[in-house]
Design a protein. Structure first.
Length: 66
């Protein structure tokens, strides 16, 4: 069964229209306190390196090269 979609958002604006017709007042204001969003983010980094066999043996033979 498909959900009915309101025509041109009639159901969304209906309370505003009724308030205006009844002489009521609609106030829209920003909150007093700032909106706070807490994000818990865990960032991990993994470094993978490969060393050529010839370079590895050269480094082992000359440990003071670096």
């Amino acid at each position: 069964m498909q959900d009915r979609m309101p025509i041109l958002g009639v159901t969304r604006w209906m309370p505003v229209a009724l308030a205006m017709l009844s002489g009521g007042c609609v106030n829209i204001s920003a909150p007093d306190k700032p909106i706070e969003i807490n994000l818990n983010i865990n960032v991990t980094q993994e470094v993978v390196y490969r060393l050529d066999g010839e370079a590895k043996s050269l480094i082992q033979q000359n440990p003071g090269i670096f």
